[in-house]
Write a protein that binds this ligand. Structure first.
Ligand SMILES: NC(=O)c1ccc[n+]([C@@H]2O[C@H](COP(=O)([O-])OP(=O)(O)OC[C@H]3O[C@@H](n4cnc5c(N)ncnc54)[C@H](OP(=O)(O)O)[C@@H]3O)[C@@H](O)[C@H]2O)c1
Length: 255
């Protein structure tokens, strides 16, 4: 185990979006902090790549699941609990992004984005926190939202409304689950260098990318910048933090 101030030793942690970017980094860092990690994502090849980066890969689990296939999620969670025991933490990283002018935001597009970024995410969490599934000692749930859930940007209506929904949902879940000592928080990153941001329209030309860079006084983020905060929120050191949205954005929202 490498040196980390936040021990997750003995905890079972689910990470969605573990096949790429921020989720991959969260999974790897959780394994280095002593957690047993269950990797969730759709792409089995990339999940296997993540597994190859983990500390003690033989102790962790991996499930290929589409969060938008709501019914199958319930079976996956039951399978995880019966094989690995009760859940102590969830990092909800899975998500999709797009830049679209509002006049191109069709009902179908809205449904597609809500299905993955909100309904799929909350549905997985709902199954994970069932009395029979979650640790009786409580634990921690983290949702990766975005600065776009807090402020606006041209072309971000679709993405922003899903990320804002998560920030709102976190507050009520935190209150409801506090009696069970389950903490619920959001993290709102600025632009982080991952496949998602590399495929974004602003990465297609140097001028746009420089404009986005200039909005982040500390430069663009790396996946580990977000993963480190996830580890803190999952750890017992964050035991008095719930219902909040931790902004991790290199200063994007400071202006
Ligand atoms: N990168 C940024 O600049 C940035 C900034 C703020 C917030 N965020 C948020 O951070 C989270 C991670 O983003 P990232 O940059 O790491 O993106 P990424 O590299 O594109 O990874 C997205 C992950 O989500 C998973 N996913 C998407 N749809 C899914 C579905 N229906 N079912 C299961 N898994 C699904 C993907 O899995 P498969 O490919 O295996 O399906 C992949 O592992 C997202 O919620 C994103 O909105 C990112």
């Amino acid at each position: 185990m490498s040196n980390t101030p936040f021990s997750l030793y003995g905890k079972l942690v689910l990470v969605t979006g573990a096949s790429s970017g921020i989720g991959r980094e969260c999974a790897v860092k959780c394994s280095r902090s002593g957690a047993r990690v269950i990797l969730l994502g759709r792409d089995e090849t990339r999940l296997n790549e993540t597994m190859g980066l983990m500390e003690q890969p033989h102790i962790h689990g991996m499930y290929s699941v589409d969060l938008a296939a709501y019914e199958s999620v319930s079976e996956v969670i039951k399978g995880i609990v019966s094989k690995y025991g009760r859940i102590d933490g969830v990092i909800n990283c899975a998500g999709i992004s797009a830049t679209l002018p509002v006049n191109a935001v069709s009902p179908g597009k809205m449904e597609e984005f809500f299905r993955t970024n909100v309904i799929g995410v909350i549905n997985l969490t709902k199954h994970a926190i069932k009395q029979a599934h979650f640790s009786e000692n409580g634990g921690s749930i983290v949702f990766i939202s975005s600065v776009m859930g807090v402020v606006g940007e041209s072309g971000k209506t679709l993405y922003s409304m899903t990320k804002g929904a998560l920030i709102s949902a976190v507050k009520s879940m935190a209150i409801e689950l506090a009696p069970r000592n389950i903490r619920v928080n959001a993290i709102s990153p600025g632009v982080v260098e991952t496949p998602m941001s590399k495929n974004a329209v602003y990465s297609k030309d140097e001028d746009s990318l420089n404009r986005v860079r200039s909005l982040h006084p500390l430069g663009l983020g790396k996946p580990e910048d977000v993963a480190n905060v996830c580890l803190f929120l999952l750890s017992d050191e964050a035991r008095w933090i719930t219902g909040t949205n931790l902004v991790v954005d290199g200063g994007y929202l400071a202006r």
